[in-house]
Structure formats: structure tokens, C-alpha cells
Design a protein around this ligand. Structure first.
Ligand SMILES: Cc1cc2nc3c(=O)[nH]c(=O)nc-3n(C[C@H](O)[C@H](O)[C@H](O)COP(=O)(O)OP(=O)(O)OC[C@H]3O[C@@H](n4cnc5c(N)ncnc54)[C@H](O)[C@@H]3O)c2cc1C
Length: 337
């Protein structure tokens, strides 16, 4: 275990913000977590993974807990499926590549999502028609309030679109230490996304392999998203909003180009990127911050932006979209005060 006071978080958040933490505690194994929790009372603290879904508004005046435990193993399997367990500190894409290499089907569409395995259930990560919940089996974590180890199964996690119990009722209460996924051994792909279809069109192959699909996702992501090491960002800043049928028809009559997709329950999901683009933000740069030129949903740090500058820019986007469409965008990124 390492304890660092006045620790720089610059390398630990994908916006590249030069914030510091009063204390940073790095855990290398679970025994260290248990003994730390036994010894210390937590007051103000933050659980940190890879820092790719966070916006630090200021320096963090508390303890940052970072679980660096890694390791991937097979817990159980039969002819049809396999349960893979990964420690929370493992890089998410390492787990995807492990599954791709072993031909375990289910998370290849989630390749290259930055961050740690432990954070994946927190916002039920998703991309290209697949969400973590589709393959989730269970997870283990430490209840930081009651200081006990707990297991959570699918039904207890309240997964939704970029949501889970760990982002709501149990926010910052459970330090996730390992995640188990149930993957299939039979070749089964979800390829109906337009971008995937377009990219596969260039491949010209009779039978796709899991490696082909992973490579396809990699190509799409690399062509659309900025590289964190070159341009600080946290992926999609906002969630895609849902509107009811009445609002949909009102807006459609006013904005003929409105794009929306029906979802369960009769509502419509509107791509936040379309709304932001219609307000003229795509590629717009204001001082050190802006909207990425190829994807307006991605707010970027063009240089030495502060958390406050990024946050204020996000507020301007929210207000402008609200004024034009009467839709309030909700941040997907966790704002840390
Ligand atoms: C370029 C880019 C592309 C992205 N694309 C996608 C995408 O396609 N789909 C998608 O869903 N997301 C995407 N994201 C967002 C991000 O990658 C995910 O949200 C990811 O799961 C965050 O992981 P992290 O380890 O960096 O979490 P962090 O940013 O460190 O933390 C995120 C939240 O999870 C909590 N947390 C972290 N670790 C733990 C733990 N062990 N136990 C309990 N709580 C924990 C934190 O307290 C925080 O509230 C993208 C981000 C970037 C920068």
C-alpha cells in the first residue's frame, strides 16, 4: 500500500486536469484494503479507477482510494458458457482482449473503452448495442460504511442506461474489488449498428471472427474519438436524453431533421450529439476547451483548461440546448467537487 500526501492527479484523470488530492492511497491487494479500512475512519473520500469518467472541479480535499489489484481468471465453465472473473484494477480493455483471445463472446463491442474493470458496472458501460449488464454475472466489493465484504448479483445492481445502484443509492459506498462476467462460447455477434455495418463492408469476409469484430470496433473508435494522451477528454460528456411521445411530435413538427429512436415504454431517445450539433457547438473552441470536431458529445481540454472552465462550457451547452429544444441534458461524467 502506498500513501501519498498532496498527490498530483494529473496522470490519473483523462481530462489531464492538474488537480491534487490531500491524500492518495494505492492498494495492491485486498489485504491492504481490509487493513486500511480497519485502521482508518473515512471522512471525505473518492474511489478512483482510471479517471476516465471524472471531472475534478478543484483540488480534492480528501482521500482518493485507488484499487490497483489486477488479475483475470476463469471461475467456471461448461460447453456453452464461461464465468470470467477480473480484479477491479485491471484495465477494462485487457479483459476484453483476454476474452477475444480465448473466443469468449459477449464484450467484443465494448473493446477500447478506457478505464478499469471496477468502474464498468458503476455506469453500466455500453457501446455499439452492448452494455455491461448483458454479460454481468456478479461482483464483489467492500462496503466502506459498514466495513464488510459483499457480493452483488444482477438483480441487486439496478442497471439502466449508464446507471446502476453504484451510481445512485450506493454511490461511493462500495469499493468494487472484482467483477464476474458470463460469456458465451458460441459465436454470437451484435453487428446491427450502422457504423459497424459500414466498417464491415470494407472487410469482405465470409465468416467473421471475434478478432475481426474487435478490430472493427477499434477502427471505428480510433476514427471518431480523440486520443486521451493527445487531447484530454472523458468520452461522451452527456447522456442521450429520453423524451415522451408528445414532446417528440412537437419537436418533430418544428425540427424536421430531428433524429430519435423509440425505446421501451413508448418514449424516444434523442442523440445528445445531434442536439449539441444543431446548436453550433461541433468543433467549437472557447479558450482552452471545446467540442471535438468529429464528435460533438466529447468535450475536450485543448491545453491547460481548469475543471471549472470545462464545467462552465458544459453548462453553456446545457443551457443552449435547453433554450432551443426544451431538453435538459444530464452529464454522464461524474463531477467531483
Ligand atoms: C475516449 C473515451 C471514450 C469513452 N467511451 C465510452 C463508451 O463507449 N462507453 C461508456 O460507457 N463509457 C465510455 N467512456 C467513459 C469511461 O471510459 C467509462 O465510464 C469507464 O468505465 C470509466 O472507468 P474508470 O476506471 O476510468 O472510472 P473513473 O473515472 O475512475 O470512475 C468513474 C466512477 O466510478 C467509480 N469507481 C471507479 N472505480 C471503482 C471501484 N473499483 N469501485 C467502486 N466505484 C468505482 C468512481 O468513484 C466514479 O464515480 C469513455 C471515456 C473516454 C475518455
Amino acid at each position: 500500500m502506498q500513501r501519498i500526501t498532496n498527490a498530483s492527479l494529473k496522470q490519473l484523470n483523462s481530462f489531464g486536469l492538474d488537480s491534487t488530492a490531500k491524500e492518495l492511497v494505492l492498494f495492491e491487494n485486498e489485504e491492504e484494503i481490509i487493513s486500511y479500512l480497519d485502521k482508518y475512519e473515512l471522512d471525505k473520500y473518492l474511489i478512483l479507477g482510471g479517471g476516465s469518467n471524472l471531472l475534478f472541479l478543484n483540488d480534492f480535499d480528501g482521500v482518493v482510494l485507488k484499487n490497483n489489484c489486477t488479475g483475470i481468471s476463469i471461475l467456471d465453465q461448461d460447453n456453452a458458457s464461461v464465468i470470467v472473473e477480473s480484479k477491479a484494477g485491471e484495465e477494462w480493455d485487457n479483459l476484453v482482449r483476454f476474452c477475444v483471445d480465448n473466443e469468449f463472446y459477449g464484450i467484443e463491442n465494448l473493446g477500447l473503452i478506457p478505464g478499469s474493470v471496477g468502474a464498468a458496472p458503476v455506469q453500466n458501460i455500453g457501446a455499439y448495442g452492448v452494455e455491461l449488464k448483458d454479460v454481468f454475472h456478479s461482483l464483489i466489493g467492500y462496503d466502506l460504511i459498514n466495513k464488510v465484504k459483499k457480493e452483488f448479483h444482477f438483480d441487486e445492481c439496478n442497471f439502466g442506461y449508464r446507471e446502476s445502484i453504484f451510481k445512485n443509492e450506493l454511490k461511493q459506498k462500495i469499493l468494487i474489488t472484482s467483477v464476474r462476467l458470463k460469456l458465451q462460447k458460441e459465436r454470437l455477434f451484435k453487428l446491427n449498428y450502422r457504423a459497424i455495418q459500414d466498417e464491415l463492408g470494407n472487410l469482405n469476409k465470409d465468416e467473421l471472427t471475434i478478432k475481426d469484430v474487435y478490430k472493427t470496433i477499434k477502427n471505428i473508435r480510433e476514427s471518431k474519438l480523440p486520443e486521451v494522451s493527445k487531447l484530454g477528454n472523458a468520452g461522451s460528456f452527456f447522456k442521450n436524453p429520453e423524451i415522451d411521445p408528445e414532446q417528440f411530435s412537437q419537436l418533430k413538427s418544428k425540427f424536421h431533421g430531428l433524429v430519435a429512436f423509440p425505446v421501451d415504454g413508448g418514449n424516444y431517445k434523442v442523440p445528445a450529439s445531434w442536439l449539441i450539433e444543431q446548436c453550433g457547438f461541433k468543433g467549437k473552441k472557447v479558450g482552452n476547451v471545446g467540442c471535438y470536431e468529429k464528435q460533438s458529445l466529447v468535450i475536450v481540454n485543448y491545453g491547460n483548461a481548469t475543471g471549472e472552465e470545462l464545467f462552465n462550457f458544459s453548462k453553456t451547452i446545457q443551457e443552449t440546448v435547453f433554450e432551443k429544444f426544451n431538453i435538459m441534458l444530464t452529464p454522464e461524467v461524474n463531477i467531483i467537487q
